[in-house]
Design a protein around this ligand. Structure first.
Ligand SMILES: O=C(O)C1=C[C@@H](OP(=O)(O)O)[C@@H](O)[C@H](O)C1
Ligand SMILES: C=C(OP(=O)(O)O)C(=O)O
Length: 437
């Protein structure tokens, strides 16, 4: 679909069924990077096939990593380097708008024998990276900003970085800490990372630590205030690495179960998932839905929903799905402590407020919160999606009302979920509710 397309979703009478969500974006890009650095060959299964992953794969190939992909791009066999990256040629790596490629590669390449320029889509040049660069410079990194101070594009002259103590400001993005953690085994000597500010999106650090451990590197976590990576550790292939289903992608289907009056089961994730976004189901339960858990799935059945007032900093991506689920709840919903929505694929606080108002909702956009009070009846609206996959996906839920909804540029879901609308239609009755304009 071109970015001039739009998709009108007709009202859905009911939802029910089972959806198996594709592999996690966050786990896929972590596992690809660590498999590339590890000694040994790693077979990655259930890899996500989406733009963000393709940018990482392309960069790794440019960096000399050999890998083979299955025809559907969900199985990848990576021949690990067993060392840092090395390239005699100066390289330019285009990373789209993939934060989970840009940030971790910035750190790993700063500690490698390479000369690279990291570039991305226009929006990537508006997404901050200065806190990460500041930390890497404390360890001796040679990084320059090619346009604006604190933002990509970056030029990196990689080198052996020093161990010792560094500090990282975690108040804008957890990805800066993730990046330094994953690169730490490439530094000379033990590294202690001290956190400055309030660490946001903390569950993503658990994903990082768990993935590092699976590749043989252990980190001492001092109550999320400091992290120690002992010296002499190197990444080792675990042989096989299966990527869990994406818990953020699951949120749209779980919300449909809560809203649509039927029961929706999402497989590929479950009670033992390492991803923090599974806690999204707890919020649905607080709103009044019935949630059943197993190790292999999460299942949600609808019920009368009540608005909630919650700090959702720990589930920043799935929190957007609460904002549109709120359209079907009685009373006001407040989502708090989400300031860093403003530096993601778009200024999500302003974009969500703008689009929710189009539907007739009463919305308050605060500096770090949003409140949503639904109207008696939703209006039909053409939802702008700001090249933000999650806006396109969370507003699909409006189709569960009595009102059609038009999603502009639905193809923007390709960042993490290329066939989202086809999967969504699969749980909607009647199934012919999706009609491309
Ligand atoms: O580490 C990760 O995989 C991610 C961390 C989060 O970003 P922030 O830490 O910037 O909130 C999240 O929004 C993003 O989709 C993926
Ligand atoms: C913020 C997101 O992605 P990233 O930061 O990894 O680009 C997201 O997927 O919502």
């Amino acid at each position: 679909m071109s970015n001039t397309d739009s998709l009108t979703l007709q009202p859905v009478r009911a939802v029910s069924g089972t959806v198996n969500v594709p592999g996690s974006k966050s786990l896929s890009n972590r596992a690809l990077l660590l498999a590339a650095l590890a000694s040994g060959t790693t077979e990655l299964t259930n890899l996500l096939d989406s733009d963000d992953i393709r940018h990482m794969l392309t960069a790794l190939k440019q960096l000399g990593v050999n890998y083979s992909l299955s025809h559907d791009n969900t199985r990848c066999v990576v021949e690990g380097l067993g060392r840092a990256f090395q390239s005699d040629a100066a390289l330019t790596l285009f990373l789209g708008n993939a934060g989970t490629a840009m940030r971790p590669l910035c750190a790993a390449l700063a500690a490698s024998d390479v000369q690279v320029t990291l570039t991305g889509e226009p929006r990537m040049e508006e997404r901050p990276i200065g806190d990460l660069v500041n930390t890497l410079r404390q360890a001796g990194a040679d990084i320059t900003y090619d346009k604006n101070e604190g933002y990509p594009p970056l030029s990196i002259r990689g080198k052996q970085l020093r161990g010792g103590e560094v500090s990282v400001d975690g108040s804008v993005s957890s990805q800066f800490l993730t990046a330094v953690l994953m690169a730490a085994p490439l530094f000379a000597g033990e590294l202690k990372i001290n956190i400055e500010g309030e660490l946001v999106s903390k569950p993503y650090i658990d994903i990082t630590l768990d993935t590092m451990a699976k590749f043989g590197v252990v980190v001492e976590n001092l109550d999320y205030q400091s992290f120690v990576i002992p010296a002499g550790q190197r990444y080792r292939s675990p042989g096989r690495f299966m990527v869990e289903g994406d818990a953020s992608s699951a949120s749209y289907f779980l919300a449909a179960g809560a809203i649509g009056g039927g029961t929706v089961r999402v497989t590929g994730i479950g009670a033992t998932s390492i991803q923090g976004d599974i806690r999204f189901a707890d919020v649905l339960e607080q709103m009044g839905a019935t949630v059943s858990w197993s190790d292999e799935y999460i299942e949600v059945t609808g019920g009368p929903l009540q608005g909630v007032d919650l700090d959702l900093n720990h589930i920043p991506d799935a929190a957007m799905t609460i904002a549109t689920t709120a359209l079907f709840a009685n009373g006001k919903t407040a989502i708090r402590n989400i300031h860093n929505w403003r530096v993601k694929e778009t200024d999500r606080l302003h974009a969500m407020a703008t689009e929710l108002k189009k539907l007739g909702a009463e919305v308050e956009e605060g500096t770090d919160y949003i409140t949503v009070t639904p109207p008696d009846a939703l209006r039909h609206a053409a939802i702008d999606t700001y090249n933000d996959h999650r806006i396109a996906m969370c507003f699909s839920l409006v189709a569960l009302s009595d009102t059609p909804v038009t999603i502009n540029d639905p193809g923007c879901t390709a960042k993490t979920f290329p066939d989202y609308f086809e999967r969504f239609s699969g749980i909607c009755q009647p199934a012919d509710t999706l009609a491309a304009e």
